[in-house]
Every structure is written in C-alpha cells, then in structure tokens.
Design a protein around this ligand. Structure first.
Ligand code: NAD
Length: 397
C-alpha cells in the first residue's frame, strides 16, 4: 500500500515503515558520531523502548556503548492492509540495525504494568544475559491496569485547585487561541499518580532484585519534566506533576534498595520535545514551538537522541552526573538557561496566530511530529508501494 499521514487531533493513525527505519538510522548516526561511551552499560533493559525518550535511550546504549538491550513496549503490529504503530516499525528497524552491528537485541510487546510481562522479561534476562547493569523506565500511558487488583486507573492532564486559562496552539491549523482547563476533581490526582507515578517502576525493580538479575553497580533511571512557570499549572503543579513527585519519592526508596548492590536510582529531568506523549498536553506544544525557535537560533537545540546521548555519555557514565540540589540529573539544563527562558517568556506574551511563524517554529513542530510516524524523512520515496506487515525479528508472529 501507499502510506500517507492521517492526522486526528494530536495523533497520527498511520506510520511509514521505511520512514520509521530511516528515523532510527538517523538516530544511530548521531550516537555513532560521538564515538564509544567509555565505561558505558553492557546489558540494558529499557521499559517503554519503542518511541520518544525510551527508543533514544535504547539506541544510545546499544550504538554508543555496544550494549545488549532488552526492550519492552505496547505497540500494534501491521497487517497486509493496515500499518503498524510507529513504535512497532521503530523496534523492527532497531533490531535489524542491532543484528547487523552484532549486538544482542530482544523485544517484548505487551503490557509492562502486568506481572506476566515482568516474568517473561526476567526469564529472558536469566537465560540470555544473566543480569542487567542498567534499567531505563520510560513509560508514558493514559491508563494502567493494576497487576494485583485489576483496577483500571486513568491519567488526566489537569490543573489542581483552580481553572487554568492560557494560550494554546492548534497544532493542525496553527491557530493560537485561549484554552481554559477545569481543575482535577474527585480522585483525578490519585488516578494519575497510579498511572504515571513510581509504583510500577518500584514493582519492576523489586521483581528484578528478587530474581537476582541486577548486576553490581546497576543504575536505573526514570524521566521527568519541570519546565517554565507558564506551564506549571498544567504540568509541574498539575496532576502529572503530582505523579512526577511520586516518582522522585520512589527514586529515593530505590536508592536504599539498590545500596547493597552499590547501585543507584536516578530521576533525569529531560527537555520538552515533540513526542506522542507530549503532543497530548495542552499549552505545551505552543511553548515547544517558541522554545525550538530560540534554541535552534542559539545552536543548542536537541532532539530525544541528542538528549539521551548526553545523558549516557556526559552524566550516567562520565563519573560526573552533576545532580541538582534535589539529586536529579538535569539534561533540561540548556532549555532552562535564563537567557533562553527570558526570550521564550517575552515571546509567550506577544505570540498570536499572525506572528506565530516569526516568534515560533511551528513548521519545525509539525515536521518533528510527522517524523515520529516516519513521514518527511529525506531519501524515503513516499509515493512507492510499501509492505506494512513488517516483523520485529525477536517477536514470533
Ligand atoms: P512516548 O509516548 O514517546 O513513549 C512511551 C513508551 O511507553 C512507548 O514505548 C510505548 O510503547 C510505551 N508504553 C506505553 N504504555 C505501555 C504499556 N502499558 N506497556 C508497555 N509499554 C507501554 O513518550 P515520551 O515522551 O518518550 O515519554 C517517556 C517518559 O519521558 C515519560 O515519563 C515522560 O513524562 C518523560 N518526559 C517526556 C518529555 C517530553 O517532552 N516528551 C520531557 C521530559 C520527560
């Protein structure tokens, strides 16, 4: 079939197999340019490894440090007349590239919140790798079925306490208007914490510790975001921010649990970037458009791969992780530079539909969004017939 983007609001319901493969290849090239990560991880488990920050983490570990990787994700395979999700094609491409480079790679497609997937992954570690020395936790999900109670929790993106009104960008039309978001009600906060907080990360680490599959000196990292004050009501101080606070509490608990192994748990605060998860957050896409313009002009713009390359190379495995006062790794440091934030903040007050292309990088936003689904990549013939039914080699069909 010939595959074109089909955009519905903030999601694209199609993905291009060759385009996704090209996107993965471009990310690999970025990491390889930096050379070998000295003393990098050797055996890495990435939970949420198919898109966004998790995919880039897997690529940075494999192609930066020659690590064996196990990836866990929840994606839909393709059929003869229907495309897979982008994360499926990314994972297929990743495994093919890893194999060509002589690197071990195995993937699991299923619900990472479940006990079943945890058991399957632990069995694979035991059989194939013995132990892992790095665990990346990069899930972003709107819901979670609790493995013990079967209760289904739903995460919401809402302010807490009062209505939040601010500028918002329609990422399809480029119209800048105002949005008002009603505050969290009932158990919204508890539900969001149950999905995006730290409980599942801790369950994974407890299970890995109990199975004795963590190597001495193991590091585990989960990702968070802070951002500028203009987004705090919907992010840092909103329902998702409460979940991230919970993640930090779990990080401290995990530090204690990993101490006998000389291990370390981290929360890494990453930059705001276009991913499938972030495009669903109100207000944030307008901020990202303004941020991209400023950081591209300054020459400091990074995508997920540059961020994760820096995380592994310059922080986790450099011997100098440079934690902040709360013990977090900050690869959002360039985003949060006062001069960057001052300019973005000034433009935030002035931006409207008419001047968006002057103050913001809306074209860059849209291009980044399409690239997530394999569209707009150089060298891919989008007019050619393509087979949507692509296997992930390690997953039997
Ligand atoms: P993403 O949507 O690109 O990736 C989510 C991953 O989770 C995918 O691999 C998906 O398959 C997997 N997943 C979702 N539900 C699953 C399930 N039930 N079982 C197994 N796998 C499942 O998201 P992202 O933006 O890369 O987010 C990853 C983390 O990074 C999140 O914690 C997010 O808050 C954080 N973060 C994101 C940004 C940003 O701007 N995008 C910034 C800072 C931190």
């Amino acid at each position: 079939m010939i595959v074109a983007p089909k955009i519905r609001g903030f999601i694209c319901t199609t993905a291009h197999p060759e385009g996704c493969a090209k996107h993965v290849a471009e990310q690999i090239a970025v990491v390889k340019k930096g050379g070998l990560i000295e003393n990098g991880p050797k055996k890495v488990l990435v939970i949420g490894s198919s898109t966004g920050y998790g995919l880039s983490s897997r690529i940075a570990a494999a192609f930066g440090a020659q690590a064996s990787t196990i990836g866990v994700f929840f994606e839909r395979p393709g059929e003869d007349d229907r495309t897979a999700t982008a994360g499926w094609y990314n994972s297929a491409a990743f495994e093919n590239e890893a194999k060509a480079a002589g690197l071990y790679a195995r993937s699991f497609n299923g619900d990472a919140y479940s006990d079943t997937i945890k058991t399957e992954v632990i069995d694979a570690i035991k059989t194939d790798l013995g132990q892992v020395d790095c665990v990346i936790y990069s899930l972003a999900s709107p819901r979670r079925t609790h493995p013990k109670t079967a209760e289904v929790f739903k995460s919401v993106l809402k302010p807490i306490g009062e209505v939040y009104t601010n500028k918002n960008l329609n990422t399809t039309t480029g119209v800048v208007n105002e949005i008002s978001i009603e505050p969290a009600q009932g158990d919204d906060v508890a539900q969001t914490v149950a999905v995006m907080g730290g409980e599942d990360w801790e369950m994974w680490m407890d299970a890995l510790i109990a199975a004795d599959v963590l190597a001495p000196g193991v590091q585990t990292v989960s990702y968070s975001y802070i951002g500028p004050e203009v987004t705090w009501p919907i992010y840092k101080n909103g329902t998702i921010g409460k979940a991230k606070e919970d993640l930090e509490k779990v990080q401290q608990a995990l530090d204690a649990k990993l101490a006998p192994l000389n291990g370390k748990a981290w929360v890494s605060v990453n930059k705001a970037l276009v991913t499938q998860a972030s495009s669903a957050i109100p207000v944030v896409p307008l901020y990202i458009s303004l941020l991209y313009k400023v950081m591209k002009a300054e020459g400091t713009h990074e995508d997920t791969i540059e961020q994760m390359d820096r995380l592994f190379r310059d922080r986790l495995y450099s011997g100098n992780p440079q934690p902040d006062e709360a013990g977090r790794i900050r690869v959002d440091d360039w985003e949060m530079k006062p001069e960057v934030q001052a300019l973005v903040g000034q433009r935030w007050t002035e931006v409207n539909t008419e001047n968006l292309s002057e103050y913001g990088d809306f074209a860059g936003y849209q291009a980044s969004f399409l690239r997530l689904f394999g569209f707009g990549l150089e060298g891919v013939d989008y007019t050619a017939e393509t087979n949507p039914n692509v296997p992930v080699p390690s997953i039997a069909s």
